[in-house]
Unconditional design. Structure first.
Length: 327
């Protein structure tokens, strides 16, 4: 098979139009968020919606559960959709639901979404206590069944704890290095070194709050950052996780930030004057624009093999090693 194109994080307002754009952009696989603050039952309702889309649009998309699904997507001209949680809310306080969620097709789960959870500490908290007692047990269970630990919204200590405790490589699916742009969600050099040295994967985000210069960030500046990250950590550990929130109304970013945990508005990385979704940079607005990223990376010192890996080959290798039960 040719090297795949994989975006390892999107939370768009999905529709047939977006599925068609995935195909127009040649996207072989997308990891989509199906839960933020949802309970288990609410998450199942989201799965039901996806089942209706799979039934209605079998020529465009299908449910992905293994690395083989990426190969099947290429062979059939479709996009494999992989499911993930950005919060552990759907497992509630029941460790038995970890295996149930994997059986339902979930392949990634963040241990936190900005706040303290039952498992770990989010990157917005003042004090990071690391993995909790339940968190350590849940990571062990995730390792056993093949559910990937994702620390994209976690604090540094919790992330380092997860890397150390996990017996399988973990992922940070959508963020950027803090040495490039200091944002609470971007990751320190210590974290990125520990992640990549342990075999983990790092996905670069195009969400404007994570970019140097925000919506005005140029493609060249973004690709130069990827080039520097490859020099520091090795290109084999890097991929794309755009965090694309295409077509979502501003009410959704409020749900992402506030959920049910607060009576007051928390603006997260935004502000009262800029409370909604920020505009995307001109060079990436939807799934048809991945060619811009490939061309930008090709203009750096990265080899063609490095570029292929970052655009999807590295995620495919990670899928092969991560989605099945532990040996």
């Amino acid at each position: 098979m040719k090297t795949p194109l994989i975006d390892n994080l999107q939370y768009a307002q999905f529709s047939p139009r977006i599925f068609e754009q995935m195909r127009a952009g040649g996207v072989d696989a997308v990891h989509v968020t199906i839960a933020y603050h949802e309970s288990f039952r609410e998450m199942v309702l989201n799965l039901e919606q996806w089942n209706r889309w799979f039934e209605a649009h079998p020529d465009l998309i299908f449910k992905g559960t293994t690395a083989t699904c990426v190969r099947r997507a290429q062979e059939t001209g479709r996009t494999a959709i992989f499911f993930g949680f950005q919060n552990p809310s759907p497992i509630e306080d029941d460790i038995g639901l970890v295996e149930i969620c994997h059986q339902l097709g979930i392949r990634f789960m963040q241990l936190t979404y900005n706040n303290q959870s039952l498992l770990a500490t989010g990157c917005y908290e003042d004090y990071d206590a690391g993995l909790t007692r339940m968190g350590r047990q849940v990571v062990t269970e995730m390792n056993r069944v093949g559910l990937v630990v994702d620390m994209s919204h976690s604090g540094d200590r919790s992330t380092l704890d997860a890397i150390e405790h996990s017996t399988r490589p973990i992922a940070i699916t959508h963020a950027n290095p803090a040495w490039w742009h200091k944002a609470l969600r971007n990751k320190s050099d210590d974290v990125l070194n520990a992640l990549t040295q342990s075999g983990g994967m790092f996905g670069f985000s195009i969400y404007p709050h994570h970019l140097e210069g925000g919506p005005e960030c140029t493609l060249q500046r973004f690709c130069q950052m990827v080039e520097e990250a490859a020099r520091r950590y090795g290109a084999h550990s890097l991929g794309i996780g755009t965090d694309l929130c295409q077509d979502q109304p501003d009410s959704i970013v409020e749900w992402m930030r506030v959920g049910r945990w607060s009576k007051v508005i928390d603006y997260g990385e935004g502000s009262a004057a800029n409370a909604g979704f920020p505009p995307m940079p001109k060079w990436f607005g939807d799934n048809r624009d991945f060619g811009n990223i490939r061309d930008g990376l090709a203009a750096t010192s990265l080899s063609s093999e490095d570029v292929d890996g970052i655009m999807g080959g590295n995620w495919l290798r990670f899928y092969e090693d991560s989605f099945g039960a532990a040996p």
